[in-house]
Ligand binder design. Structure first.
Ligand code: 5AD
Ligand code: SF4
Length: 474
């Protein structure tokens, strides 16, 4: 089936769902409601916007309170074991709610449900779940929803609706979407990952890498700009390899140039870059750009060349350091943030010393630090020399302390200067302040009201408070 045919079926299924939702709402004398709960990364957040868009197109109304919704859909993450634990804890407590309200419908999708073992666990231990589907058939959701709604009508309870694909080469465009923010939006530019870093489960649950045609991406960004979006975040597991496998002659740097030309878009971000594929061409395009934000998230994972080789990262300590130095030299003011894993099999204190050395030399502006989590089916899971939890925790503290030191130092460098802030929200603690981000991704809080949300405002960066700023309008 072609992607266009798939798109047609998707829209027809939504129409069929709408009739059932309407009928059910009439019987109940109120609207049917939904709540999508998202775990994990920006990719999942983006998928949840599509899932919500489909539900709203089918006639469901959004319910803020998860426990009060007629249909609750969990979009799950499985990157580390604590993500799984968190989800199963959550699912257990919703089971008690469903006991009191048996008409409640519960669905599970996303990365965790793509794993066979997790699926078996759900089927066996959480029999109240009504629907499960995976990451490759998100565009199947309207059809599955239709099955679920007809099952409700015929009262055919106790039958789990489940559908999984092992992988897909399809990219279905034009899925309805309900955006979380009016003024910023994620845009998928590619799906999946081919890198097989030896600790990582993503290639197994998100499948092989596939890029979207640049014309589809640009059309989507133009529509977003027409709809008031100022900032786009281009999303992919490895954006630097964008374009491989497409029939058109394109790469990530050329795509960025095309996005730059879309009027109405003021800021361009992207996530995530793999150091092995970050080209000089990309650095040049960033340096010349007026719109690409001064921030690159460049996961290091480890500063030890020996561990990097075992991780299959395809760069060394030295090549990472020279790449970071080149970026800092050619793009002044750029923020470099990173991901670091501590406690990978075979990692010694000397390896962690190397990681700390890289943090010190690069002076990261921020870092997410993780303790290694064994994922079934990955290469690292069968490696010897596991690091004890105690040692991993000790080294984690060492790494964290260094990261905090460099990121505070870096943040302080711009104290007293002015910068452009895209205002995102009212400050949660103090409603007389608004909160936004600088181009380099630092948070700034300054006096203002809701009318500023979605605007780019010039702000004086008066006081650095560790990792964020208190400012005032310049
Ligand atoms: N254990 C710990 N951290 C992991 N990450 C990916 N897989 C694992 C794992 N098995 C981290 C990496 C990646 C980030 C998204 O999650 O640092 O960059
Ligand atoms: Fe996982 Fe490596 Fe792919 Fe990132 S690049 S998703 S860490 S396999």
């Amino acid at each position: 089936m072609s992607n266009e045919e798939e798109e047609k079926i998707l829209l027809e299924s939504i129409d069929s769902c709408r009739l059932l939702v309407k009928e059910r709402s009439r019987l109940l004398g109120r609207s049917l409601t939904y709540h999508v709960t998202t775990f994990g990364c920006q990719m999942n957040a983006k998928d949840s916007e599509k899932l919500s868009g489909i539900l709203e197109a089918a006639g469901f109304e959004r319910e803020e309170d998860e426990l009060a919704a007629d249909f609750v859909l969990y979009n799950t993450c499985t990157i580390r074991d604590n993500a799984n634990q968190k989800f199963f804890g959550h699912l257990g407590s919703i089971g008690a709610v469903k006991k009191k309200n048996p008409d409640m419908m519960i669905g599970v999708c996303g990365c965790l449900s793509q794993e066979r073992s997790a699926r078996e666990k759900i089927t066996q231990s959480y029999p109240f779940v009504d629907l499960i589907f995976g990451t490759h058939n998100l565009f199947d959701f309207p059809q599955l929803l239709y099955k679920l709604l007809t099952r409700q009508v015929t009262k055919g309870k106790g039958h789990l609706i489940s559908e999984f694909w092992d992988d897909t080469d399809r990219i279905v465009e034009n899925i309805p979407s309900r955006r979380n923010y009016k003024f910023k939006s994620g845009v998928n530019i590619m799906f999946g990952c081919n890198n097989f870093c030896s600790y990582c489960i993503v290639p197994y649950v998100r499948g092989r890498e596939k890029s979207r045609a640049s014309s589809d991406i640009i059309d989507e960004i133009k529509r977003l700009a027409d709809d008031g979006v100022k900032e786009v975040m281009l999303l992919g597991q490895n954006v630097n390899s964008y374009g491989r496998g497409l029939s058109e002659d394109i790469n990530f740097a050329r795509l960025l140039e095309k996005v730059e030309e879309v009027s109405g878009i003021s800021r361009i971000r992207f996530m995530t870059s793999h150091p092995k594929d970050l080209s000089d061409d990309l650095i040049d395009v960033m340096a010349a750009s007026k719109k690409i934000c001064r921030h690159i998230h460049l996961p290091l994972q480890s500063g030890s060349s020996r561990i990097l080789e075992s991780m299959n990262r395809q760069y060394t300590k030295e090549s990472y350091l020279s790449l970071a130095a080149k970026i800092r030299e050619r793009i002044p003011g750029i923020a470099l943030t990173t991901d670091i894993i501590v406690g990978y099999p075979g990692e010694t204190d000397a390896d962690v010393d190397d990681t700390i050395d890289v943090i010190e030399k690069v002076q990261f502006d921020g870092a997410f630090t993780f303790i290694y989590s064994e994922r079934t089916g990955t290469r690292a899971a069968s490696m010897p020399d596991k690091v004890s939890a105690k040692e991993a925790a000790r080294n984690f503290e060492r790494v964290l302390a260094k990261v905090q030191e460099t990121s505070q130092k870096r943040a302080k460098l711009i104290e007293g200067m002015t910068g452009d802030v895209l205002v995102e929200d009212i400050n949660r603690q103090d409603s007389s302040l608004v909160t936004g981000r600088l181009s380099n991704n630092l948070n700034v809080h300054f006096p203002g009201d809701a009318s500023l949300i979605g605007q780019i405002v010039r702000v004086h960066l008066s006081e650095c408070r560790g990792f964020y700023y208190i400012g005032e309008r310049a």
